[in-house]
Each structure stands twice: as C-alpha cells, then as structure tokens.
Write a protein that binds this ligand. Sequence first.
Ligand code: TXA
Ligand code: MG
Length: 319
Amino acid sequence: MKTVIGTDIQQAISLLKQGGTVAIPTETVYGLAADSTNEDAVLSIFEAKGRPTSNPLILHFPSIEAIDPYVSDFPEELKRLATFFCPGPLTFILPKSSLVPSIITAGQETVAVRVPEHPMTLELLQQLDFPLAAPSANRYGGISPTTALHVEMQLSKRIPYILDGGACQTGLESTIIGLAEKKVIVYRLGGISLEQLEAELGYVPEVKNELHHGVRTSGMVKYHYATETPLFFMNPKRDAYTDKDGFILFSKKEHQNTKKAAIFLSEGGELSEAAKNLYAALHEMDQKGYARIFIEAFPNDRLGKTMNDRLKRATAKFS
Ligand code: TXA
Ligand code: MG
C-alpha cells in the first residue's frame, strides 16, 4: 500500500467513509483514525499498529454534545471539566451506550472519549456522522508521532493517507480521567496538568496510573514510548559519558557552554515548549546512531510531571 501525505480533508473523509485508516493531526499527537462503528475498519487500526486488541481505543468527537449518544451517563462533575477544557487534551472514561462496539472498549463497559483541538480534525469530525476511533499513530510501544513525518517513519505502506496538520501544539497525549466515588481520578498524566485540574476542582485528583491499580491504559504499561537506542535519565555523578553518547537537555540557558552533542528542548526552560519538542527530539536522536541517549529529568510539576512519567516508561526497558 502506498502512503500519501497531504492536506486534503475531502480525501481523508472519503477514505474514512469507505472504512479506511487515516492518520490525523491533533493538538496532542497524531492519531490513527477509522470509523469507530465499522468493526473491520477498527481492526485495521490494530493491525497497522501491531497493537493487541485487548487495549481499548479513544473515540474522538467534534463537540461535547456529540458525545452524549455514545455514553449512558456523563456525570455533572466531569461535564463541567469538559466545558472548561474541551476542545483540548483531556479524555473522559464514561459508561458506554449500546452504540459503542465492544472492539472499541476491549469488552469493558466504559468508553474513553475526547474532543481534540485541531482545526483540520474538527472540520473532518464535523463532516462525518460517526466518531473516529484513534490511538496514537505509532507502532505499538514506540514513540508517539508529533509530525506527519514521524507517522510516515513508523506506518509507511501500512496506511493509505496521512493528513498533514503541522507539528502538534501540546506534544503530549491527553490526560485521561474518570470518576470514582464522586472524585476525579487521573488514569494517565498528559497535556492537562494536575495543577490545571486542581484549579477547577478545588482538590488535587488522585493519580492511579500504575498497572497494580487494576485499571487498564497503555500509558501504564511499564515499557512504552521507547526509542530503539538505549535511553537513560542523565545522572552526571553516576554516568561515564563517551563521545558516542547523545544528549537531550531541557534548557539551553542552563547549558551555555556545553560541548555535548545535544538537542535543547527549550530556550529558557519553559515546560510547555519542552513538551512540544520532546517526542521530536527522541525521534531525531534515535536516528543519529548514538550508542546511548541521555535525557535530563524535568522539574516534577505541571507538564514536567507528565514528561518524567513518559520517560520513566521509555527508559525502563534499558535499566
Ligand atoms: O492524546 C491522545 O489521547 C491521543 C490522540 C490521538 O487522541 N490518543 C492516544 O491513544 O493516546 P492511545 O490509544 O495511544 O492511548 C489511549 C489510552 C490507552 O492507554 C487505552 O488503554 C486507554 O486510553 N483507554 C481507552 N479506553 C479506555 C477505557 N475504556 N478504560 C480505560 N482506559 C482506556
Ligand atoms: Mg499510544
């Protein structure tokens, strides 16, 4: 199969209506989309990614109102957050309605839903009469794509079309939340920080993002988001660096005189700028043929906490 990269929304629509898979831009990462109500189309997402069908998918909608028929309840506490943060990088785990096929939810009674914030994808969703199922458009276990080229690197010849909407603005996957005993629980850290949620909720939501918590997101898998090149958190007191090592450093300002072969994630130490550049830096470093990649840990708050969480899973394979 030939993979075309383009900006033709009508072509994307026509492929999706025929049951094809199309990579779509969102504010978080590129998604690999298909008609969520067409089981064969959904199966071809799993096939293209090499992802086990035991791992459920997020449904994408053009608006909060469009979600209603696909869920049997949308509790007030969560709807309030939706009204505040959506479109945006926040995903809700809700009880599903009978319109959601069980292939989407891996047999669970809950479904993950979100309204992505990207003009091309919102227009696409508005013109379709079904929600799009879309996991991140990477091969299973790999780094999420934040440009059309990243998608091509991983899924070339496996999908017909990549809708090119430029570089993703947030650069980290959506935050996944649900409600338990009237309290918001965070199942995956993401592009909306705990601090942002706290400001709306009046309390710090509990984070349950490890496998032993019993719930079920790929953000919890111990090895994930991984590079091919061995990746480690930098620890200058412990590490013995050689000139075969590549570095990903947070703030250029803090490393004015470094002689290391490095990519800087931010000029002045801005977490949101670093988040936008993180996956591209991992993709780029992974291509350069270094023996090892060392990355600086982030301050452990706001999006720094999300990035540290991703890197903990990406480095786990190598330690
Ligand atoms: O930002 C994002 O969320 C991106 C863009 C494309 O929207 N999508 C994304 O999808 O990150 P994916 O499949 O890579 O990660 C979705 C996570 C998975 O870990 C999955 O296990 C979890 O959502 N998930 C989906 N449905 C669920 C459910 N019913 N209950 C619990 N977790 C669920
Ligand atoms: Mg993913």
